[in-house]
Design a protein around this ligand. Structure first.
Ligand code: SF4
Ligand code: SF4
Length: 451
């Protein structure tokens, strides 16, 4: 089979190999904690609104947060028990977020479910509403509501659905284990989406450092209509949506555009498994597989209830092996550093990576030597050193003209930079500023219309 890839990118192969080794052969095991704290802000768009109060008894799968409009998803109880708090907690972004805390009664009593049965026989019109009701968002880290992604805007068409099994992040193996252990569920989820959207081609894309997963998925797709596996060359960031689309279809998502602009939708393997659970069993999204690794005694792949607190998870993994310096949600390349281990996991938390104090120390920046390595590495074709100059001067207009909004914060440029320039934090700063500016303009325009 011909192995495909995208232009530019980097090869952190040694780091990727070493990072994945501690959990690569760790089978998924379940862990359920005494208490969960479930955020209402787990999707891009409007957060859900709590619809339970302190003292209420809830069942697993019961709606505890109602969606607020189309660009929002409901939130469900991930354990059964008593609601002990409905309050604001610290978030990973700006400002606090609402969350519901439930004390687990360990009876694991489920709310009444509404299974639709086999994905090959269900009425296709019922599939997207089932995905929406199950509160499914992108589980590869993006948090985009899946029902929105599958509702193509007017005039938009899709001919290919790509399932992202690349998992190019250096320390994560959650998707790899899911492909080995739940391969049929992933194909079921893909087939459900293909039937719902009337798309005839489904491609499961996997890097060539996971040939066992390729074999498992090839077995699972056997006899399934329109579905095949595509092997990709191992390269970072192969799992980026735009890079996957370019590698597989040769199409390039335009600047500021979305995959649907090139007739494609990309879904993570975990998202597909969650879709299968929602359609076949009627189960909402209440758990996910997360890799826990780095400076912990027992690196693991755990199936965790949404809202499990990081400290409890670390305890399940034998505790810290060394004094922690930084803890990341997500991988080491693109993850978000969390403020402390009180943070609960979200629907998008595919990894918890603990760095010890030594590895957490930021290295001093040196002046740019204009070597161009960052430009050669950037998968989007940006000019990182010029954007950095603009961002550091808070010259957001110039940063926007240099297409900083197309930056996917993959860190490839920083990885290659011999001067250890802090490139990605500067790009995130510029992107956040420009996004806030655009939001304020939009709100002002809306206010004007309503006058
Ligand atoms: S972080 Fe942004 S600028 Fe740097 S390589 Fe990735 S996409 Fe390009
Ligand atoms: S890789 Fe670093 S030193 Fe080289 S041009 Fe880019 S920012 Fe400058």
């Amino acid at each position: 089979m011909q192995k495909k890839t995208f232009r530019r990118g980097i090869h952190p192969l040694h780091r990727a190999h070493e990072g994945k080794m501690p959990t690569r052969n760790e089978s998924i095991r379940d862990y359920v904690s005494d208490t969960v704290t479930i955020s209402m802000a787990m999707n891009i768009g409007t957060p859900a609104k709590p619809c339970v109060k302190k003292g209420d008894q809830v069942l697993v799968g019961q709606v505890i947060g109602e969606a607020q409009g189309f660009m929002s998803v409901p939130v469900h109880a991930s354990v059964s028990g008593e609601v002990t708090a409905v309050e604001q907690i610290a978030s990973l972004g700006t400002g606090p977020m609402m969350a519901v805390t439930i004390k687990n009664d360990f009876s694991d009593t489920w709310v009444e479910l509404n299974p639709l049965g086999s994905v090959e026989h269900v009425d296709p019109a019922k599939i997207i509403p089932a995905i929406q009701a199950a509160g499914i968002t992108g589980m590869g880290g993006a948090s985009f509501p899946t029902h929105v992604k599958l509702t193509f805007g007017q005039g938009k068409t899709c001919d290919t659905i790509i399932v992202n099994g690349a998992e190019c992040e250096t320390h994560l193996t959650a998707d790899y284990r899911l492909m080995l252990e739940n391969s049929v569920r992933i194909v079921d989820g893909l087939r459900a989406v293909m039937r719902a959207t009337n798309v005839k081609t489904g491609i499961i894309a996997i890097e060539d450092n996971k040939m066992e997963a390729v074999a498992a998925m090839q077995k699972a797709v056997h006899g399934r209509e329109g579905v095949r596996v595509q092997v990709l060359r191992t390269k970072y960031p192969q799992g980026g949506e735009k890079q996957l689309i370019e590698a597989i279809t040769g199409r390039q998502v335009p600047s500021g555009g979305l995959p649907i602009d090139v007739h494609t939708v990309v879904l993570n393997v975990g998202t597909c498994a969650a879709i299968a659970d929602a359609v076949i069993d009627g189960k909402p999204l209440i758990s996910r597989v997360t890799t826990v690794t780095g400076a912990v005694r027992k690196p693991s792949n755990l199936r965790l209830r949404i809202g499990t607190i990081t400290e409890d998870i670390i305890g399940e993994c034998g505790g810290y092996a060394e004094t922690p310096g930084k803890i990341f949600f997500g991988g080491a390349m693109t993850g978000i550093c969390i403020p402390n281990d009180n943070m609960p996991i979200m629907k998008s938390t595919n990894g918890i990576v603990v760095f010890n104090e030594r590895d957490s120390k930021s290295k001093n920046e040196s002046p740019c030597i204009h070597c161009g390595r960052c430009v050669a590495a950037c998968p989007i074709g940006l000019n990182p050193y010029q954007i950095k100059v603009a961002a550091d001067k808070s010259d957001f207009e110039s940063a926007a003209k240099l297409h900083v909004m197309d930056c996917i914060l993959c860190g490839s440029c920083a990885y290659m930079c011999p001067s250890r320039r802090w490139l990605t934090p500067s790009f995130k700063y510029a992107k956040d500023h420009l996004a806030a500016e655009a939001k304020a303009k939009q709100a002002a325009a809306k206010g004007g219309e309503n006058k």
